[in-house]
Design a binder for this molecule. Structure first.
Ligand SMILES: [Zn+2]
Length: 70
């Protein structure tokens, strides 16, 4: 299931939420887990790429699409 990153505009709390594609397409209302505000926006920090799953030696010389890193 894809994980989406969100940030709350009210308290600036960042959180992630697992959602199916269909849930996302239905624009399910998401609330901040801290302050319960629905004034949130999606962020794209690519947190998933920092976990070390990529080959660290495969960086500078990679093609733009990074197809060799997966
Ligand atoms: Zn909040």
């Amino acid at each position: 299931m894809p994980v989406y990153s969100y940030k709350c505009r009210k308290c600036e709390h960042k959180f992630e939420k697992e959602m199916t594609i269909s849930q996302k397409e239905e624009n399910e209302v998401i609330n901040c887990p801290e302050c319960k505000s629905d004034n949130i926006f999606q962020t794209f920090d690519r947190v998933g790429l920092l976990g070390g799953s990529k080959n660290s030696s495969c960086s500078g010389s990679c093609p733009a699409d990074r197809s060799c890193c997966d």
